[in-house]
Design a binder for this molecule. Structure first.
Ligand code: NAI
Ligand code: PYR
Ligand code: MG
Length: 570
């Protein structure tokens, strides 16, 4: 590689000179290069004479950011900064995390994905095509990264992006967005990460018909071709970058679970939508349950949208109920899962493998109301009959928690816990102001995308954001620090409990999750808990000595900070 970090000297060493320096976002610091650095790197005359401090650069960049007319324009501005000067991008993002996360992540990243081929400026990450599997290795090597150089790879195939569906190659934006959160929250070194787009086609006709669409112009490939491509990708990536955590994002429901089950015991991999969402949901439930004063084992849970995220959520709630003393059967029976054809019920046609466990016995629901349009027992009837104390939405169906449904639930439950987890904002199953109005302020609420606080009868309610962003950075950091080679259920459970320790929702209006503005602090605790769980579960290659302080010191020391390091022309 042209540029290398020299840990012994604590400096970057580069053979790059002149315009090549300015073109490399990991090296470029624009007007902040000192005169000496400019001379050594062949930059004299290639940047304006004045040398600025990073503070001055950050203030100017923030003004430019604020001057952008729309959220999409802000996203495009930040993407350009990310592609020009990565240190400055993270400095800005870290300083204005609560303000900018909705721009680089949900909800605006959803718009950026939809507009990808139109707003395109520069490539980001690595694009692997199903039509040329023989190029996988060459493309990954073209990054110049070697076996010790990569900690984390975020990959998507663009099929189920947030709740907006299949946007093909535009999915690269979610991989880049997730990496931005990893670095901003957990200080994962951005030069040690990779965003990968697996282009296996798209089934969105408007993209296929659009000559400007930048991905492969064919439909998604059949399963045999897909599986063989995935197998090649995993084999080659884990051989080239043996230490890297392979993060899966926004795969379609048919593939997400199958890939996780096939590989989670073989390589260092995890699925954010299944496992990360499960962990953040459990954290919110634990925070909410504490505020209700009713033990977890006495709660009844309805999940609306039994797909990748919904069943991931169900699985971790079920595991938590088992840890609290229920048998696996009793724990499973606490969950009613509703999908597009209504309540999952034994004998129902077309259920996915991973849904079957949650299908209710036909006898239990024999006299529950069937809705012909839905083709099964609708959510409203499930809420009426099952009398949930916890209602979770992972359906991507905006507004589906109607006033009638919420009022029915709240009639039976003192403090209903209601989580509208679907993204982006317009797909939330309900909005917080309505939930508070319909429950006289009694609901304990979380949403997947950020919402402003709500005033209700003299109390200000801060709305918890139940987004896997609250957990995946710490999970990644803890796993990397521990030198883990697998992600275990114990590590996920540790994540949820670590996050839940950061909340006290007993105060009126307080959120059931810690705020995004404190994400970096929460993340350190999550990472410590994960590193300890990795040791306990026997998957850590680096053995910390077991005391909290030491693990925490190791975690903090591993965090990258957005400062310009010394640089040496070699
Ligand atoms: N807050 C968070 O951290 C996360 C939120 N999500 C959100 O959850 C939603 C679902 O994401 P995935 O599980 O990845 O997608 P998915 O496609 O795997 O699951 C969606 C499920 O909803 C079902 N569904 C569709 N229409 C329905 C209807 N009318 N009634 C009931 N069920 C219906 C589908 O059949 C499918 O099983 C998305 O909006 C996504 O943004 C996903 C991951 C994390
Ligand atoms: C947050 C996330 O992973 C999703 O909405 O898919
Ligand atoms: Mg996702």
């Amino acid at each position: 590689m042209e540029t290398k970090w020299n840990p012994a000297e604590g400096r970057l060493e580069t053979r790059a000179r002149g315009r090549a320096v300015l073109a490399d976002p990991l090296l470029n610091r624009g007007t902040a290069f000192t005169q000496e650095e400019r001379r050594a790197l062949g930059l004299t005359g290639l940047v304006p004479p004045q040398v600025l401090t990073q503070d001055q650069q950050a203030a100017r960049a923030y003004q430019q950011y604020r001057a952008q007319p729309t959220d999409l324009a802000k996203n495009v501005y930040l993407t350009a900064l990310h592609d020009r000067n990565r240190v400055l991008f993270y400095r800005l993002l870290g300083e204005h995390l609560a303000e900018m996360l909705p721009i680089v992540y949900t909800p605006t990243v959803g718009t950026a994905i939809e507009r990808y081929s139109y707003e395109y400026r520069r490539p980001a990450g690595v694009y692997l095509s199903v039509d040329a599997p023989e190029d996988i290795e060459r493309s990954l090597l073209a990054t110049g990264l070697g076996p010790d150089d990569v900690d984390l790879v975020v990959v998507t195939d663009g099929e189920a992006l947030l709740g907006i569906g299949d946007w093909g190659v535009g999915g690269i934006d979610i991989a880049v967005g997730k990496l931005a959160v990893y670095t901003a929250a957990a200080g994962i070194d951005p030069s040690r990460t990779l965003a990968v787009m697996l282009d296996v086609g798209t089934n969105r006709k408007e993209l296929l018909d659009d000559p400007l669409y930048l991905g492969n112009h064919h439909e998604r490939v059949d399963q045999v071709t897909y599986d063989s491509f995935i197998e090649s990708y995993i084999g080659i990536t884990s051989r080239l970058f043996p230490k890297a955590l392979l993060h899966w994002e926004d795969l379609g429901p048919a593939n997400a679970r199958r890939i996780l089950d096939a590989y989670r015991d073989k390589v260092f991999t995890w699925n954010d939508d299944i496992q990360g969402t499960g962990a953040v949901n459990l954290a919110a439930v634990l925070g909410g349950v504490r505020a209700t004063g009713v033990p977890l084992t006495d709660h009844r849970i309805v999940i609306f949208g039994a797909g990748t995220a919904g069943i991931g959520v169900a699985d971790q709630l079920r595991d938590a109920l088992v840890i609290e003393g229920l048998s696996p059967e009793e724990a499973t029976a606490r969950v009613w899962a509703v999908d597009r054809h209504g309540l999952l019920t034994q004998g129902q046609q077309g259920m996915r493998d991973f849904q079957i466990r949650y299908a209710r016995p036909a006898a239990e629901v024999a006299d529950w109301r069937h809705d012909d349009e839905v083709g099964g027992i609708p959510l409203a009837e499930v809420v009426k009959q099952a009398r949930p104390t916890i209602l979770i939405g992972t359906s991507g169906q905006g507004g589906s928690f109607t006033e009638e449904i919420v009022r029915t639930m709240a009639a039976d439950t003192e403090r209903p816990i209601i989580m509208a987890m679907s993204n982006p904002t317009r797909l939330a199953e309900a909005v917080p102001a309505d939930l508070l109005a319909w429950t006289d302020g009694r609901a304990l609420i979380a949403t997947g995308s950020p919402f402003e606080p709500v005033e209700h009868e003299g109390t200000t309610y801060t709305i918890a954001q139940a987004n896997n962003a609250l957990v995946f950075p710490g999970l990644g950091l803890g796993a990397i620090v521990a030198g883990a080679d697998r992600i275990t259920d114990g590590m996920l459970s540790a994540v949820a409990h670590a996050v839940a320790r950061h909340t006290d929702a007993s105060v009126p209006g307080a959120p059931i999750l810690p705020p995004i503005a404190r994400l970096r602090e929460t993340t350190v605790d999550v990472a410590v808990a994960v590193a300890r769980a990795a040791v306990q579960d026997g998957v850590a290659r680096e053995q910390p000595d077991g005391t909290d302080a030491t693990v925490e010191e190791r975690v903090r020391a591993a965090m990258w900070h957005p400062v310009y390091p010394p640089i040496e022309a070699v």
